[in-house]
Ligand binder design. Structure first.
Ligand code: NAD
Length: 277
């Protein structure tokens, strides 16, 4: 079974399942991405902050797979929110990847408490999009109040909002707001970095379906319509996380997983996070 494509608000299609490379050390990234591409992944999620864009680019370029068949996302780092810095950072990202275009570029964090307004940063993203070397632009870790300001003061609607979502943080208010405004939600840390996999309710569903807990949780995301990109450097897990399209959770199982929500973040809160390297 193949990975479905989701159509973004500008018509560009993104594979619903990808491979994330946060915390993959640069010296293991070429091998990890090569493995993911061999397994069948055609969507890689990286960021300038992860320090492995060069290796992601190298693995994609050396794979022999046509560039147009691999969807690559990167993100603007927190130190580059001023217009000029953002434009330069995008060029640097392209250069490091060794690509002549990027599929999706995101503002990594809104940083509402620093002295650069993310509206200025989004206007730079609009310029990057207009420049034609990026097929879509979006945001990450934006809450509805951040997005409303963009809607009021800028032209281009973000194509995606990449936010933390997993069974312990279903984040349904932000997801609903995204959906209302034709913004695709991407769920980061989809298995809460492994924390949800021992949950008895998830283990029970996995046993019933003869699947693993990770597959149950990732399938739950897929059925909710979000884009996911689990991370692993272990080939067996990379394969396991890709095998999501030959089984289903029924309505009751979906509701059970959604009911595990307890508002628990594994990462920072977008309203207060202000780390600039
Ligand atoms: P994740 O939820 O994908 O969990 C990854 C960890 O879970 C692995 O390190 C491994 O220990 C374990 N794991 C993976 N597959 C498993 C399996 N089948 N069985 C058992 N354990 C397994 O966490 P993540 O890496 O934080 O999130 C995924 C991706 O989301 C990142 O790589 C990155 O691309 C993106 N992300 C974005 C942001 C952001 O601010 N935009 C923040 C965090 C992550």
């Amino acid at each position: 079974a193949t990975v479905p494509a989701i159509r973004l608000n500008n018509g560009v299609e993104i594979p619903q399942l990808g491979f994330g490379v946060y915390q993959v050390p640069p010296d293991r990234t070429v091998e990890a991405v090569r493995t993911a591409l061999e397994v069948g992944y055609r969507h890689i999620d990286t960021a300038e902050m992860y320090g492995n864009e060069k290796e992601v680019g190298q693995a994609v370029r050396e794979s022999g797979i046509d560039r147009s068949e691999v969807f690559v996302t990167s993100k603007l780092n927190n130190g580059f929110h001023r217009r000029g810095d953002a434009l330069k950072a995008f060029d640097q990202t392209l250069d490091d990847l060794g690509f002549d275009y990027l599929d999706l570029f995101l503002i990594h964090w809104p940083l509402p408490t620093i002295d650069v307004d993310y509206v200025e940063t989004w206007k730079a993203m609009e310029e990057i999009y207009a420049g034609g070397k990026c097929r879509a632009v979006g945001v990450s870790n934006f809450n509805p109040h951040h997005l409303r300001r963009l809607f009021g003061e800028t032209e281009v609607r973000p194509a995606v909002n990449q936010i933390e979502v997993h069974p312990y943080l279903t984040n349904d208010e932000v997801r609903a707001f995204d959906a209302e405004h034709e913004i695709v939600t991407e769920a980061w840390s989809p298995i809460a970095q492994g924390k949800v996999l021992d949950d008895p309710a998830i283990v029970a569903i996995a046993e019933k379906l003869d699947r693993t807990p990770a597959q149950v949780v990732l399938r739950w995301h897929v059925q909710r319509g979000d884009v996911v990109f689990p991370k692993s450097v272990t080939r067996a897990r990379v394969e396991e996380n890709f095998a999501l399209f030959d089984f289903e959770l029924d309505e009751g199982q979906m509701a059970t997983v959604t009911g595990l929500d307890r508002g628990e973040r594994t990462g920072p809160d977008p309203d207060t996070f202000d780390y600039v390297p």
